[in-house]
Design a protein around this ligand. Structure first.
Ligand code: PMP
Length: 399
């Protein structure tokens, strides 16, 4: 007899739905497809030889510690080297009491809504925003308030309006640098304003910062956490884009009271992040190999970005807008308002090209004429070829 377990589910599990887009995107995994759909770093650039050497030395010298349980907070040597090499250069002052190692920043996103959000509380997000965060937050059944963006980030007058009118705003979720999905970076003036508004209206800020170090043009802007005078910014970092996502090592930096809450939640969730992966990452940084690696991937991604943007200018119909991203992994394309990017994807798949329709990056839905493209994990030749094919698909809609 076939069993129906629906009635056994919690309300939040009932609300989980398989995404139509995800089903479509399964097709993009076929090797003959030129896929701009993923968000992956380029695997061919993983520093395999260096990692092999580091891992061998680690296991030989410290294997028992690397394979044993450890503390929930994470190894001190990893947290110390994150402070020295990642946070200090960004102007973020932190001690061990501020930092928790997480299993990627995705875990910290999941914990964030669990720690702060009761059903019906408000989360303010950029519009569009990172799908993985929205899905994690959804389980807490929040009220999402989307703040319109332009090419300089969230519009601060809209943010203030929302802070004035919305009740129970728990936090503002933002990806200030080379945002996923839009590729947009928040300018300095708006960063200052955002902190001023968060202080004025007494809300927390969740600063998700995976792409900051993948910068191709210009100078880096200060992290929101470095501008925070009241301890209200929770800063999330990760090695997923600068090193290897398979290691699942991320971190949060926050006021010790808040860090403690995340630590308690992590204790009951997965006890700790992998000891082996933490020590490997710490050693990789202590041996000063990571900086060199970041330089290398930035150089390759920048070239791929340049090829993609030149090809868009050459092959896409006039009138299509896209973000001139100055770093990170993505650009965001806006087509005529009456078009449906899901339908364009179906046509593109017939030509063996893929992207991600933008619909699900808007937590309250209703926007159908955007799509996201990644430029980090295809060769320059494939990028040129894929954009040309996509141009042919789009031409049909712009005759
Ligand atoms: N935040 C953003 C904005 C992301 O794009 C991603 C990965 N795509 C994550 C968080 C999660 O990354 P990880 O868990 O691998 O650190």
């Amino acid at each position: 007899m076939e069993k129906n377990f629906e009635s056994k589910l919690s309300e939040s599990a009932k609300s989980m739905k398989a995404s139509e887009i995800r089903e479509l995107l399964k097709l993009t995994a076929q090797p003959e497809i030129i896929s701009f759909a993923g968000g992956l770093p380029a695997a061919e650039l993983f520093p395999i030889d260096n990692i092999k050497k580091t891992a061998e030395e680690l296991i030989e010298k410290d294997g028992r510690r690397a394979l044993q349980y450890s503390t929930t907070e994470g190894f001190n040597e990893l947290r110390n080297v994150i402070i020295k090499q990642r946070l200090e250069p960004m102007g973020i002052k932190a001690g061990l009491e501020n930092i928790l190692i997480t299993s990627g920043s995705q875990q910290a996103l999941d914990y964030s809504s669990r720690i702060f959000v009761n059903p019906g509380d408000t989360i303010i997000t950029e519009s569009p925003s990172y799908l993985g965060a929205l899905n994690a937050f959804k389980l807490a059944d929040p009220n999402f308030v989307e703040i319109e963006m332009d090419d300089q980030g969230m519009k601060m007058d809209k943010l203030e309006e929302a802070l004035k009118t919305e009740k129970n705003v728990k936090f503002i979720y933002t990806i200030p640098d080379f945002q996923n999905p839009s590729g947009v970076t928040m300018n300095l003036e708006r960063r200052k304003k955002l902190i001023e508004l968060a202080n004025k209206y007494d809300v927390l800020v969740l600063e998700d910062c995976p792409y900051k170090e993948l910068i191709f043009d210009g100078e880096p802007l200060p992290a929101l956490k470095s501008m925070d005078t009241e301890g209200r910014v929770i800063h999330l970092g990760t090695f997923s884009k600068t090193f290897c996502p398979g290691l699942r090592i991320g971190w949060i930096v926050a006021d010790p009271f808040i860090t403690n809450k995340y630590t308690m939640l992590k204790q009951g969730s997965d006890l700790q992040s992998s000891s082996l992966d933490q020590l490997l990452t710490a050693k990789f940084m202590e041996d000063n190999i990571l900086e060199e690696h970041i330089k290398k991937i930035v150089e390759v991604y920048k070239k791929r970005r340049d090829v993609m943007f030149a090809a868009i200018d050459k092959y896409f119909p006039k009138g299509i807008k896209y973000t001139k991203s100055e770093g990170g992994l993505f650009t965001w394309v806006e087509v005529k308002p009456e078009l449906q990017s899901k339908e364009i994807l179906e046509k593109a798949l017939e030509k063996k090209v893929a992207f991600v329709p933008g619909d699900s990056f808007f937590p309250n839905g209703g926007k159908t004429n955007f799509f996201r493209m990644n430029y980090s994990c295809m060769s320059e030749e494939k990028i040129e070829e894929g954009i040309k094919l996509l141009g042919e698909v789009l031409d049909e809609y712009y005759k």
